[in-house]
Ligand binder design. Sequence first.
Ligand SMILES: Cc1cc2nc3c(=O)[nH]c(=O)nc-3n(C[C@H](O)[C@H](O)[C@H](O)COP(=O)(O)OP(=O)(O)OC[C@H]3O[C@@H](n4cnc5c(N)ncnc54)[C@H](O)[C@@H]3O)c2cc1C
Length: 718
Amino acid sequence: MNIRRRLVLAALAGLLLAYFAFDLGRFLSLDYFKGQQEAIEAWRVAQPLKAALAFFVAYVLVTGLSLPGAAVMTLVGGAAFGLLWGLLLVSFASSLGATLAFLASRFLLRDWVQKRFGERLRAINAGIEKDGGFYLFTLRLVPVFPFFVINLLMGLTPIRTRTFYWVSQLGMLAGTLVYVNAGTQLAKIDSLSGILSPGLLGSFALLGVFPLIAKKIVDTLAARKVYAVWQKPTRFDRNLVVIGAGSAGLVTAYIAAAVKAKVTLVEKHKLGGDCLNTGCVPSKALIRSAKLLSHVQRSPEFGIRDARAEFDFAEVMERVQRIIKTVEPHDSVERYTGLGVEVIEGSARIVSPWEVEVVRNSGESERLSTRSIVIATGGRPFVPPLPGLDEVGFLTSDTVWDLRELPKRLLVLGGGPIGCELTQAFARFGSQVTQVQQAPRIMVREDPEVSEMVIQRFRAEGITVLVSHQAMAFVVEGGEKILIAEDRSEEPAREVRIAFDALLVAVGRVANLHGYGLEDLGIAATRTVETNEFLQTRYPNIYAAGDVAGPFQFTHTAAHQAWYAAVNALFDPFRKFRADYSVIPWSTFVEPEVARVGINESEARERNIPYEVTVYGLDDLDRAIADGEAHGFIKVLTVPGKDRILGVTIVGEHGGDLIAEYVLAMRHGIGLNKILGTIHIYPTLAEANKYVAGNWKKAHAPQKLLEWVARFHAWRRG
Ligand SMILES: Cc1cc2nc3c(=O)[nH]c(=O)nc-3n(C[C@H](O)[C@H](O)[C@H](O)COP(=O)(O)OP(=O)(O)OC[C@H]3O[C@@H](n4cnc5c(N)ncnc54)[C@H](O)[C@@H]3O)c2cc1C
C-alpha cells in the first residue's frame, strides 16, 4: 500500500476511532433528537443559514464515513427544516456523502479487490460498465438495500464517479422524500421501523423493479426501430433457418429439430464445413500417418534395430480422403433429414429480418420465411496481400488436401496452430520444411517455454524455424521460387532469401462476412459478426455462431455457441441464455501435444491475476517412460493458498486428452485436493494429473502440524 493510501486510511481510522471512543453515536439516536428538538428549532430560527450549513456538513460526514445514523439525520432534516428545505439539504448532502464514501472505497480497496478477484468479477465489471447506472438506480430506489453498503461496493466497480453521483441523487429522491416527510412529524415517530410500513416497502420494491421494466421497454423500442423499415410477414413457414452446415450450423439445426422446431439448414458447399472437409478431420488423419512414420524412424529407441517404411504420399492423401468419407455420414443430408431437419443444398442470402432467399445448387430459387435466423457461415484462410504471391502460387488449408506429390522444399508462412501442425506433418513425410514466423516465437498464445519446447522438437526433427522473420515479397528467379523476408531478430533488419518448391500460407483465418445480406441489413461485422452475449445481432431474431461470430475458432466452441444460438432463437423472449465462455479448452496437435484450459502465466501477468504455479514433469511418469514419451510437463495455475484451478497447460503425449480432467474440474469448481483424492489407473498418462495435484499438496503441507505429528510418533515409539 502506498503512502497516500496509508495516510487516508489512518485519517479515516482516526475519525472512526474518535466516533466510537467518544460514543458520538448517542447524538445520532432518535431519542436524543426528540429531546433536543426544541433547542434545534430555536437555533434554526435564530441562525437559519448557520444551522443549515452545520446540518449539511454533519450529514456529509456521517454518510461519508459510513456511520450509522443517516436515516435519523434525514428525519431531523425534515423536523428542523421542513419538507422542501429538508429534502434539498438531505438530497445534496446524502449524494455528496455517498460519493465521498464511494471514492474512499475506490481509492483504498478497488485495485486490491480487482487484482484479487478480477477474474471472477469480469462479468460483473462488464455488466457495470454497460448498465451500471441502471443497476445503481434500482438499488437506490429500494431502501431495503443499505445505503452505505451500496456506496462502498460501487466504489469497487468500474462505474464512473459522475454517473454514481447523479444516479444516486436521482434514485434516492423518492426514499429521501418519504423520510424527510416523516421527519416533519418527528414527535409522533417512536422508532425507525415504523416509518416503513409493509405497504410502503411494497411500493418501493415496485419502484425498484421499474427501471428493469423500463430497460425492457427501451430494448423493445430499440428493436422495433431496427425492424421499422421492414415488412414483417403475417406468419412464418419455419421457426428457424440456419445458414451454413459446418460445426455451428449442424449443431444448431440438430438442437432445433430435437426440440421439434421446424428448421431448415442451408449449405452452399459441403455439409460438415471446414472441420470435416478441410480442417480438423483431414489434418488429424494426416498427422496420424506422419506420427507412424516418426515412430518408424525412432525404432531403435524401442529396441527394434531396423524398421523401415515405404510409402507413397499420394496414398497417404487418399487415406485422408477415406477418413473424411468415413466420418461424412455423421454430417450427411440423410442423417439430418432423418433427424427432422430440412436440408437445402444451395446458397443462402438474408433479404429481410425474417426472410432468406435460397438459390439451390440445381438453379431454382425460393424465399423462406422464418421467425429466426442463425448465421453460421464460418471462415476461410487469410491470404496477405504480398507482392508476387500469385506468381509463385500458394496452398492454404483449403487446398493443401489436393496435393498428391510431396513438395521437396515446403515453405510454411505462419506459426499458429494450423501452420505448426502442417509443418511437422510434412517434415515427417520428408519435405524440407522452412517455417517463417513474423512474431519472435511460434504458438504465441502459449507461454514462452511451451513455444521453446515445440521449436526444440521441430529443430530436432530437421525443420528450419525462422522467428522474427517478416515476409516481404515473392519472386521467381531462374525458374526458382523465392521468398524475400526481413530477419528482424537483430537491428538493423537483414534481408533473407529462401528458395522453395511449394508455399503454404497459414497466417490466420478470417470470418465470411460478405455476399449473403449482412451489408443490406446493416448487420455490423468488422472482423466477425457483432453479437451481444446472447449471440443476437442488431436484429434480436438474427443470431450468429461459430467462426463467423468468434472470438474462438474451434469446432467445440462453435458447437457450444450453437446450443445458445438455437435455444435463444427458438425460446426468446420467454427464456434466453448468455453464452458462457468461462472454461474454454483447446489443443494444438503437434508433437509434443500442447493443450490448455483457462489462463496461462503470460495472461495471468497481463491481467494482474495473482497465481501460484505447480509443475509436474512428465519425464518422471512411469507410463510416459515406458512409452518412450518421457518429455513435457503439466503446469497448473491456482489461486494463491487455495486449490482452485485458474488454468492448466499440458505439453506432452496426449495432452489434449489429459486436459479433460481439468476442464471438468474447472467447470464444476473441483480443486486439486479432490483430484488428488481420486483413484487414477496405474500406469496411465492420466496419473500425471494426480501427481501434479500431489506436488501442489506437498508445497502446501502444514509444516508446523507435521512437526507435532513427528513428535507424536516419537512419543509412540517410546
Ligand atoms: C487445418 C485446420 C485444422 C483445424 N483443426 C481443428 C482442431 O483440431 N480442433 C478444432 O476444434 N478446430 C480445428 N479447426 C477449426 C475448425 O475447423 C473451425 O473452428 C470450425 O470448422 C468452425 O465451424 P463453423 O461452423 O463456424 O464454420 P465452417 O465449418 O467454416 O462452416 C461454415 C459453412 O457455411 C457455409 N456457407 C457460408 N456461406 C454460406 C451461404 N451464404 N449459404 C450457405 N452456406 C454458406 C460454408 O460453405 C461452410 O460449409 C481447424 C481448422 C483448420 C483450417
